[in-house]
Design a protein around this ligand. Structure first.
Ligand SMILES: Cc1cc2nc3c(=O)[nH]c(=O)nc-3n(C[C@H](O)[C@H](O)[C@H](O)COP(=O)(O)O)c2cc1C
Length: 227
């Protein structure tokens, strides 16, 4: 299925603004829009820092991958954690699960975004204050972060924490909103870029092909372990 078809199938084409964040929904990384602090600045020695990889991801039927048992972002999150010795992993889960059916889910997500909803979360981090660096992962939903990720950001005190975003979507892109959205809702957080935006299909179907890219990215951030 072509990316353009994603727009047609989900009725997104009429909403020009939907993809305003990620340009043409293509392969260009737009995280340059977030030209905040880049790699070197983040290289502060991950070794003595406590690191969390927190992510939201959805299994079920999804764009270009059919029915999946493990979400694309979940796979990427696990790989990131594998490459950072000592990193903890946390899954952001909602009380009410999203529809397993892809189209139904896009409708649910569309309604939530229109309402600026804050879906209730089923999982909570009890020792959030212990973490120095949080890798925050999500699928792009309607050119934005999924609403549960907003609930997650608003649920904690982010003072003094660094947040490094990563996501999966139809292309190798990020939303382009990360530098504005994350500090606004994760109050006190400092966003570290570049983030990592990868095609969910590639992550799902050709998983090991992304490992070198993940390692390179972590190296550039100064976060890579000894593996
Ligand atoms: C509700 C919904 C909205 C989506 N909106 C977009 C979008 O705006 N842009 C895009 O590139 N992909 C979009 N996608 C595709 C997902 O970002 C992509 O399939 C992602 O890899 C899913 O990750 P997950 O398996 O971790 O949930 C959307 C998918 C869903 C279910």
């Amino acid at each position: 299925m072509k990316r353009r078809e994603f727009i047609r199938l989900t009725g997104l084409g009429t909403l020009g603004l939907l993809f305003s964040g990620c340009g043409n929904f293509g392969d260009q990384a737009v995280s340059s829009a977030v030209a905040a602090e880049t790699a070197g600045a983040a290289a502060e020695g991950a070794k003595e820092k406590k690191i969390l990889v927190a992510f939201f991801s959805r299994k079920g039927d999804n764009y270009e991958v059919g029915y999946i048992e493990k979400g694309n972002t979940h796979i990427l999150a696990d790989m990131i954690a594998e490459e950072i010795p000592g990193a903890d992993v946390f899954e952001i889960k909602t009380v009410k699960e999203y529809a397993a059916d892809y189209r139904a889910c896009t409708e649910e997500a569309k309604a939530e975004k229109a309402q600026d909803a804050r879906p209730q979360l089923a999982t909570k981090i009890t020792n959030f204050q212990d973490y120095d660096i949080v890798f925050l992962g999500y699928p792009i939903w309607w050119s934005d972060l999924p609403m549960p990720v907003y609930t997650f950001m608003e649920s904690y005190d982010w003072q003094g924490k660094k947040v490094i975003p990563f996501c999966t979507s139809a292309g190798d892109v990020m939303t382009g909103l990360e530098d504005r959205v994350i500090p606004r809702y994760a109050k006190g957080a400092q966003v570290k870029l570049p983030g990592l935006g990868l095609s969910g299909k590639r992550v799902q179907q050709d998983t090991e092909s992304i490992r070198p890219q993940v390692k390179k990215w972590l190296n550039e951030l100064g976060m890579a372990g000894s593996k």
